[in-house]
Design a binder for this molecule. Structure first.
Ligand code: GTP
Ligand code: SPV
Ligand code: MN
Length: 593
């Protein structure tokens, strides 16, 4: 039942032929992007049980998927950068020699699609045919991956049309094979723009356009071509006068990117006329424009958002977006009305339901019903707050870059960098508590530079250097800030209300970008809001709590500096830019004085 190739491009045909020889599928389906074809594939999934049709009256176009129980998150320990030289992968990546990886994985890929359909997905990261977009082709045996890629990227025949005869496309080879976790590998070949992923069907392991291409491979391309690929939100903050400034925010996985990208202003701000627009919630490709500003575009077309904690209160726009045409993965299945549920949804726990594994769910059970890394896949266009610039191939000009992490101590609610290099230093040293987005221990603090620890596709020292060098090329540099929504009191409770109220912090930044220096004072670690600079009216936060939120504790910072030193030592194989060493020395001096 194979369909005809959708291109005459010899390189593409060669890639597909060679893959088919290795994988030995029973049929080959080229994804043209049409509704009809996706419908056929969806119907097939309903028959095989890969998808469960949800209540089409309440949630039209919505489906539930359960992944294998051993396959629920990215696997950083099985993710490899296969550069020719080990040094080029650097100290923070797993490395395998390209030949070794290919030999090892070829054995696993061999015949792995026997009796299965091989799908060929042509897709574009960025607006199809635009100057800043890049084409990829993912070969996969997972219909679930096809349906997700059709939401997360711009997929279909037109991507091949714009590719023409060109050999400039990323080759992604993916097979769920046996889902054996011991033979799970996510390998990247930066030199040849290839990705080989086997034995996982989940998220960033399998939707190859996302972390594998748009960050790990693209960070290499970006470095070579003079741009940047970052794990960042792109959002517009509109003031009551109608002016919009665009911000980037880099937070590690499960630290609030989707939430801030879709932020709903608090009542008081809404009334004044503030609006927030989402351009992207996870990945940003950044370039310097002819105007000397930094421009950002979202290479993705959908949101692959964390479900637990998403409610009308925390993320109204996401709740709206997922009302229709959405795939839910590993959430609770409410059998009474055939809908979905998760912890923190703000709705009563369903009495008659199945947990993420498909077992009877008891609301009193200690285990959560939805997996902590359960997700929804939905089109960006579904969000009521999507920016009108979303389809602008040039993207948007950036005024501020925000770094952040999940820290229960040390790091205050907000501070700003003195200048670009100081901002790069702050980004390079971000620490964050690990979450369920990656397999491994949850809740330990680790350095996650620029929220890119698992995504920098080359040597981290070179990556920092690239950040410093880019700063020199940007005539009108964005201001750089650091935030921490997660500081806790002595009872372990978050002190800052977060979510919509984060707009208050963004508003302070906005004014700093406008040069309103009256709102700013200097501290040992950077610029901070002065008395009254940050609007906390109506939050019920007393002065004492605010002091705790903003406090720079010298003892904690002395410890922080030691941790940064240890981290820098780990990456210092002569590659750590001197600019960052200087910044560390300066911070140490300021804290000691
Ligand atoms: P990835 O998709 O993994 O890259 O994650 P993300 O950075 O988009 O994280 P997301 O916005 O999905 O948030 C993850 C978790 O953080 C959710 O459980 C949210 O409820 C919670 N969260 C987000 N923003 C805030 C905040 O301002 N304060 C607090 N306390 N929690 C937050
Ligand atoms: C993340 O973990 O940062 C995600 C989800 O956005 S995944 O697609 O699995 O990478
Ligand atoms: Mn992410």
């Amino acid at each position: 039942m194979s369909n005809k190739p959708l291109t005459k491009n010899k390189q593409v045909l060669k890639f597909v032929d060679e893959s088919a020889k290795l994988l030995n599928p029973s049929e080959i389906i080229w994804i043209d992007g049409s509704k009809e074809q996706l419908n056929t594939i969806r119907n097939k999934c309903l028959k095989t049980g890969e998808l469960i049709e949800l209540n089409q009256e309440i949630m039209p176009g919505c489906y539930l998927h359960r992944s294998a129980v051993n396959d629920v998150a990215r696997v950083e320990d099985r993710t490899f950068i296969c550069s020719e030289k080990k040094e080029d992968a650097g100290p923070l990546n797993n490395w395998m020699a390209p030949n070794e990886a290919k030999n090892k994985l070829s054995i696993l890929f061999n015949d792995s699609m026997k009796g299965r359909t091989m799908y060929v997905i042509p897709f574009s990261m960025g607006i199809v045919g635009s100057e800043f977009a890049k084409v990829g082709i993912e070969i996969t045996d997972s219909a679930y991956v096809v349906l997700n890629m059709a939401i997360m990227t711009r997929a279909g025949k037109e991507c091949l049309d714009v590719l023409g005869d060109s050999n400039d496309f990323v080759r992604g080879l993916h097979s769920t094979c046996t889902l054996n976790a011991e033979d799970r590998y996510i390998c990247h070949f930066p030199k040849t723009n290839e990705i080989w992923s086997i034995n996982s069907g989940y998220g960033g392991n399998a939707l190859l356009g996302k972390k594998c291409f748009a960050l790990r491979i693209a960070s290499n391309q970006a470095r070579n071509e003079g741009w940047m690929a970052e794990h960042m939100v792109i959002m517009g903050v509109e003031k009551p006068n109608g002016e919009i400034k665009y911000f980037l925010a880099a937070f590690p996985s499960q630290c609030g990117k989707t939430n801030i990208a879709m932020l709903v202003p608090p009542e008081k701000y809404l009334k004044k006329g503030y609006k927030v627009w989402c351009v992207g919630d996870d990945i940003a490709w950044l370039r310097v424009g002819d105007d000397g500003r930094l421009w950002a575009m979202n290479p993705e077309n959908g949101f692959f958002g964390v479900a637990p904690g998403t409610s009308e209160k925390t993320n109204f726009n996401a709740m709206k977006a997922i009302e229709h045409d959405t795939i839910f993965t590993n959430v609770v299945h409410d059998l009474d009305n055939n809908t979905v549920w998760w912890e923190g949804m703000g709705k009563e726990c369903p009495k008659n339901a199945l947990n993420w594994k498909g077992e009877k769910f008891d609301c009193n059970s200690k285990e959560t019903g939805a997996h902590a890394n359960s997700r929804f896949t939905t089109s960006c266009k579904n969000s009521p707050a999507i920016s009108i610039e979303f389809d602008n191939p040039k993207g948007v000009p950036i005024d501020a870059i925000i770094f952040g992490g999940r820290r229960n101590d040390t790091v205050p609610l907000v501070y700003g960098a003195f200048d670009w290099d100081h901002g790069v230093f702050i980004g390079s040293t971000i620490g964050s508590s690990t979450t369920a987005a990656q397999s491994g221990v949850v809740g330990v603090t680790r350095r996650d530079p620029m929220a890119m620890l698992p995504f920098i596709g080359y040597n981290v020292g070179d990556y920092f250097k690239h950040w410093i060098d880019m700063g020199k090329k940007i005539k009108h540099q964005p201001k750089i800030f650091c935030v921490n929504w997660f500081r806790t009191d002595e009872h372990g409770k978050f002190m800052w209300p977060g979510f919509g109220e984060n707009l208050r912090v963004l508003d302070w930044m906005y004014d700093v970008c406008e040069g309103k220096d009256g709102n700013v004072k200097k501290s040992e670690i950077g610029l901070m809001p002065n008395e009254g600079g940050l609007d906390i009216e109506g939050l019920g936060l007393n002065g004492d709590l605010m002091n705790k939120l903003m406090n720079v504790d010298k003892k904690e910072w002395a410890k922080e500096i030691e941790e940064i030193k240890a981290f820098y030592t780990k990456i210092n194989d002569g590659k750590l830019p001197n600019e960052l060493k200087v910044q560390l020395d300066r911070l140490e001096m300021r804290i000691k004085n």
